[in-house]
Design a protein around this ligand. Sequence first.
Ligand code: NAD
Length: 356
Amino acid sequence: MEKFDYMAKNGYEQLIYFYDKTTGLKGITCIHDTTLGPALGGTRIWNYQNEEEAVLDALRLARGMTYKNAAAGLNLGGGKTVLIGDADQCKSEAYFRALGRYVQTLNGRYITAEDVNTSTKDMEYVSMETKYVVGLEGKSGNPSPITALGAFHGIRAALKYKFNNDDISKYSFAVQGAGQTGYFLINYLLEAKAKKIYFSEINPRHIERMHREHPEVEFVKPDSLFGLNVDVVVPCALGAILNDTTIPQIKAKIIAGTANNALADENKHGRMIKDLGILYAPDFVINAGGVINVYHELHNYNREEVIKTVEKIYDRLLDIFKIADRDNISTQEAAKKFAEERMQTIHQLHSNYIPR
Ligand code: NAD
C-alpha cells in the first residue's frame, strides 16, 4: 500500500509509529481528521499478522471515529491506536505507561480510551503519564448501559419515522445478543412495555440470566432470529451480520441495534435493505452513547448532561432518515453525508478571524 496516496485520497492527517525499547510496546496511532476538535478513539491490542494489516486497521478505525464523533454532534475528530501484540502476554503497568508517554507527546491532538483487549484498569496506567485519556474507573464508568439507552432512543426514532408512532408498547422485537448492550437494551424495552421480545444468544450464562430475570423474553435459536415475524430486528452482537444470507430473511420493517459495522458491505447491503423498504438506523449514529459518555469526561462529568446528549440521537436519526429519502440514498450513506456536512460547515465557520 502506498500510504501517502491512501492518506491523501481519504483525508488523513497523521500516522505515527512508536516503539518502546524498555517494554517492547509496538504501536501505531492514526489521526484522521481534527476539523471538529482533538481526535478521540480507543487503543486496541491485536496480534496482527503483519505491520501492513495493523496500519490498515488503524487507518480504517480512525476514519470511522471521525464520522462517529461528527455525527454524534461532538467537538471531536477521529483517531485510533493499535498495539501489535498478544494481549495475554504483553500487558503490564510499564507497557501502558509507555503508551501514555507516547500519547502525551501528541500534546492533546489525540485522546485515547479503552477498546478491544484493553480495559479501564489499563487506562489507569496510561493516565499516570498523560492527561489525554478518558474512560477511567470512577469517572464515566461502564459505557454499555448508556450505549443501550442511545439505541433505545434510536429505535423510538425509527418507529416514529416508519409508523408515525414511537410507543414501544405497540411493537415486537427480535434482539440478537444479550451481552453487555443487548441485556440493558432489553431492560429498557421491557420498562417501556414492549409487546413482545425475542432474543438469541450463544453464551449459556447470558441465556440463563435472561430466563432467570425476565422469563417473558423468549429465547430463539440464533439461525431463526432474523426470519421472525416482528416489527424491529435489533442486532447487538456481531459485525457483518446484515449480509446476503440474513437480509432476505428479514420480515421486520426496522433494523436498529448497537452492533458495530453491522452491514457486511456498507454500500451493497445498505442499498439492499433500502430497496426492501426496511428502515436501517446507521450503526455509528445509534451506538454513539458510549463515546458521548466518555466525551463528557473532558468537561465536568455530569450524568444528567450525558443522558440529555444521548437523547439527541432520536432527532439526529430523524434528520438522517429525511436526508436518505430526500436524496434517494441508503441511510448509511445519508449518515456519512450528515457527518461530512457538519464538518464542512464548522470548518467554514472557523475561517472567520477572531482575535483572542
Ligand atoms: P458483548 O460481547 O457483551 O455482547 C455480545 C453478545 O452477543 C454476547 O453475549 C455473545 O454471546 C452474543 N453473540 C455472539 N454471537 C452471537 C450469535 N451468532 N447469535 C446470538 N448471540 C451472539 O458485546 P457488547 O458490548 O454488547 O457489544 C455488542 C455490539 O455493540 C458490538 O458490535 C460492539 O462493538 C457494539 N458496541 C458496543 C458498545 C458498548 O458500549 N459496549 C458501544 C458501541 C458499540
